[in-house]
Write a protein that binds this ligand. Structure first.
Ligand SMILES: Nc1ncnc2c1ncn2[C@@H]1O[C@H](COP(=O)(O)OP(=O)(O)OP(=O)(O)O)[C@@H](O)[C@H]1O
Ligand SMILES: [Mg+2]
Length: 371
């Protein structure tokens, strides 16, 4: 088997570990859509590299069901890579919906070939409708008109990754997408950066309400989740992690999945029992793996700055007060330095916000051998 650990791509659903609370909550919303026809939404937000995309992909994978028991849904995933206004949003939703219907059609035909009887969606009818709509209707009307034709599925799952790129107007539309009348319920799963939720609550509270009860700030994993991430790819493999190696990886990475992947990739050896010593021997290799992203984030930070950054990261709060920092043992002279380095930002008197991903703090700590 080749090395299954990889920090550079989102986790494969079968290798995904932890985040049970989020998965349970989304699956409750799915039940509610399936059995009570209720639309809903969930928001996943967090610092760079904490695992938002991996989690969205896992949610989709769970929603799809299994080969033996496939779920009856339409789904699509879209990552945003540039500013997207409301019209563009509806245009790409329509585009993705048509592709999702197409995918569902092939899937059902495959099942029918195997002798299973399942009702199909009439794609042609929807396509005809769109081509006649295209001439006179707005992207919003075309989207609504497509939805109005949907039938024969329990619900539609829409996943939008990196929603920070949505314009103010497009964010406003999220509420209509979830709340407008539609023949089938819609479940909207959105991911955003660490500031996304605060921005929603402060500036667009009616939109924030669609996520109430299902808004998740994801961060580090705990030790048992770390163990899951390490062990999942090795089911049926001879390679094993011993107990001490798992706690060592957890300690050295602070439980951040990106760093867990770096250290696991560096320490992996085929058909071996991997020990704590082996993990320690490969710290430098792990740092080399993580370097391309992490090495240039805070080039001018001193060791003391890094230690202060680690203490702030350990508060596990995005917004905090000077007193929180004082309690964590950060001297006031360092607060100014952290602001200068772009690690924290002053919001108002005595209130600060963490700007840089805590993964950077743990990476620098590991690289410099600080503890
Ligand atoms: N729950 C998890 N189980 C296993 N590996 C994970 C998990 N979450 C994240 N990872 C690993 O961490 C790395 C970063 O994850 P991912 O790309 O999902 O983060 P992200 O928050 O979407 O990052 P970005 O902010 O750059 O979009 C990936 O290599 C992935 O393999
Ligand atoms: Mg991502």
């Amino acid at each position: 088997m080749s090395n299954p650990y990889d920090p550079q791509t989102p986790a494969k659903p079968e290798y995904f570990g932890g985040r049970k609370k989020v998965l349970d909550s989304v699956s409750e919303r799915i039940e509610s859509a399936k059995f009570h026809g209720k639309s809903g939404a969930a928001l996943i937000y967090g610092h760079r590299g904490v695992g938002k995309t991996s989690l969205i992909k896992k949610i989709i994978d769970e929603a799809k069901g299994t080969e033996d028991k496939p779920a009856n849904l339409l789904y699509f995933y879209r990552r945003l890579g540039r500013t997207t206004n409301d019209e563009e949003l509806y245009r790409f939703l329509t585009e993705e919906l048509i592709a999702a219907i197409d995918a569902r059609k092939s899937f059902i035909e495959r099942l029918q070939d195997l002798g299973k009887r399942i009702e199909n969606i009439n794609l042609k009818q929807i396509q005809l409708k769109i081509s006649s709509d295209l001439r006179e209707k707005s992207p919003y009307q075309i989207w609504k008109s497509c939805l109005s034709k949907l039938h024969s599925v329990d619900y539609l799952l829409i996943a939008i990754d990196d929603a920070d790129f949505l314009s103010v107007e497009a964010i406003g539309e999220l509420k209509s997408i979830v709340e407008d009348v539609c023949p089938i319920p819609i479940l909207l799963v959105i991911s955003g950066g660490i500031q996304f939720e605060g921005k929603l609550v402060d500036d667009y509270s009616p939109v924030a309400r669609i996520f109430s009860g299902a808004s998740f700030n994801i961060g580090k994993l705990d030790q048992s989740e770390t163990e899951e991430v390490l062990k999942k790819p090795l089911v049926n493999e001879k390679t094993k992690w011993d107990t001490e190696s798992v706690s060592e990886i957890y300690k050295l990475t602070g439980g951040y999945p990106y760093l867990i992947q770096c250290l696991a990739k560096a320490s992996y050896e085929e058909n071996a029992l991997i020990t704590k010593e082996q993990v320690r021997t490969h710290i430098k290799d792990a740092i080399d793996i993580g370097k391309s992203w992490l090495n240039h984030e805070i080039p001018n930070a001193s060791d003391q700055d890094v230690l202060s950054f680690v203490k702030i990261a350990q508060l596990e709060k995005n917004v905090f007060q000077s007193v929180d920092m004082a309690k964590a043992g950060i001297q006031s002279v360092y607060i100014g330095r952290l602001v200068k380095l772009g690690i924290i930002r002053k919001i108002s008197r005595g209130r600060y916000e963490l700007q840089k991903s805590p993964i950077i703090a743990e990476f620098e700590k590991l690289k410099r051998g600080l503890s």
